[in-house]
Design a binder for this molecule. Structure first.
Ligand SMILES: Cc1ncc(COP(=O)(O)O)c(C=O)c1O
Length: 454
């Protein structure tokens, strides 16, 4: 297998220019400098080809520059690019209607359009406080919800997101996420760890710390993303829904990464058979155009005119891209995510059988995490092996991203093909074997940061 000499001369020069003028806070990974892309394939400025199994952090759901999405963007751009949220336009209303159709609850869904995931979460926080009259929230350790002041308060995947930024928003209490691979509460054999976590919330948090009537909402990712592609146990969401109903607390799901068909259903929460009250979406909704949506059951969205708004929300080009994206997902890619997800997870499990360093392979649809351990018994995370493997895969033509302390996420576009999965998994195993042999990927000083991508 060919090992490329990366970064190439053009990429190297651009990375250097970037360092002079762009904020160093960005969680840059290995030095991939994109020139163009088509579907799951991307090329860098030195004309090197890669398979993109990161999809811009699970964003380009229909692949890079899908012709139908490009056409929708072009047609809308020729008509008008912006009008502001003080007025109305057709695509915005059509998108609201479409969200209402695919919402994971029976009630009518009312949408608030944003420009990013973090803004969708901010909108949910404000709506939950406004509609409930309560101020407190519960969030989860390992969760990631964004980086603006409200959302970042919930974010609890790495201390770097909080360091130097205190005081954060008042009113968030964190509890363990029911990670069955690494439980931090004591679970008895046969007991569902999700039930245990909900019992902990009720008996320890609500009984001793937070009066339930002061809790506006519980914010949770149905599958943790940046925290390590962690799936909760099956009992968790039904028990959490019951708890919310009992105490009149809003269940807010952050589907920014797990939504829009990525897991083979429109929303990951639909795997768990419960209805949320408020949903946050972004990332894959418009195939890469900046757009987020916070939507909720109609009876909750009664805030008065002017209570919340923005300039760019509901941007016509983003809405046009979202409508084209939703149509493609509906017609083809939801089913493809199920089939290709099953295929990919099966191959990764075969790789796991050959490599004891792979402690766990888990996922739904095309949201799959593979976790490295130093020893399958002790499950000690092997972050170095993960980091080496990500960079060694890059050198061999595969874009991957880390998450959690020692996990790689496989999140290709939802249009990924069987042959692309075959090619990518061969590269992955080769990169893993090289890393296990201790072959250090020579990429300069960049290699420490790629685990931070959200
Ligand atoms: C689950 C989740 N919520 C919120 C966010 C924040 O989204 P954004 O980066 O668009 O603000 C992300 C990703 O970054 C995410 O994965």
């Amino acid at each position: 297998m060919q090992i490329m000499n990366l970064p190439g001369p053009k990429a190297r020069a651009l990375v250097k220019r970037d360092q002079d003028v762009i904020s160093p806070s960005y969680p840059r990974g290995y030095p991939f400098v994109m020139e163009h892309g088509k579907g799951t394939e991307v090329w860098d400025v030195d004309n090197n080809r890669f398979l993109d199994f990161a999809a811009g952090i699970a964003v380009v759901s229909t692949g890079h520059s899908h012709p139908a999405v490009v056409k929708a963007i072009q047609e809308q751009a020729e008509k008008f690019i912006h009008i502001s949220s003080d007025f109305y336009h057709t695509k915005w209303i059509e998108l609201g209607e479409k969200i209402n159709e695919i919402a994971p609850f029976m009630d009518n869904a009312v949408s608030f359009m944003t420009n990013s995931g973090t803004e969708s979460v901010e909108a949910a926080i404000k709506l939950a406080r406004q509609s409930s009259g309560a101020s407190q929230f519960i969030g989860f350790l390992g969760g990631f919800h964004g980086r603006t002041m409200g959302a970042v308060t919930f974010t609890a995947s790495k201390p770097v997101y909080h360091r130097d930024f205190y005081p954060l928003m008042n009113g968030v209490t964190h509890v363990p996420f029911p990670d069955p691979y690494r439980p931090i509460l004591d679970v008895k054999p046969g007991e569902d760890y999700g039930d245990k976590v909900v019992e902990y919330i009720e008996e320890q948090i609500l009984n001793h710390l937070l009066p339930p009537e002061d809790v506006a909402g519980i914010l949770v990712e149905p599958i943790q993303g940046e925290g390590g592609y962690v799936l909760p146990t099956p009992g968790f969401f039904p028990a959490l829904r019951q708890l919310c109903d009992k105490h009149d607390i809003l269940l807010i799901v952050d589907e920014v990464q797990s939504g829009m068909g990525r897991t083979g259903k429109w929303w990951a929460i639909q795997h768990y058979g419960v209805e949320p009250d408020i949903v946050c979406a972004a990332k894959g909704i418009a195939s890469g155009m900046p757009l987020g949506v916070m939507f909720a059951k109609e009876h909750i969205v009664k805030w008065p005119r002017g209570a919340h708004g923005n300039t760019f929300g509901g941007n016509p080009i983003s809405c046009a891209a979202a409508l084209a994206t939703i149509e493609l997902i509906e017609k083809e890619y939801l089913q493809n995510a199920v089939e290709m997800g099953d295929y990919l997870i099966e191959i990764l499990r075969q790789i796991q059988a050959r490599h004891p360093s792979v402690g766990d392979v888990r996922g739904k649809g095309l949201m799959i995490g593979l976790e490295f351990v130093k020893d399958p018994q002790t499950k000690t995370p092997d972050s170095k092996l993960r980091d080496y493997t990500v960079d060694n895969a890059f050198l061999r033509g595969l874009l991957l991203l880390g998450c959690g302390s020692s996990t790689i996420r496989f999140a290709p576009p939802l249009c990924v093909t069987r042959s692309e999965i075959d090619e990518a998994t061969v590269i992955f195993e080769e990169a893993l074997s090289a890393s296990e042999r201790g072959e250090e990927p020579l990429l300069g000083a960049q290699s420490e940061v790629h685990t931070i991508a959200a």
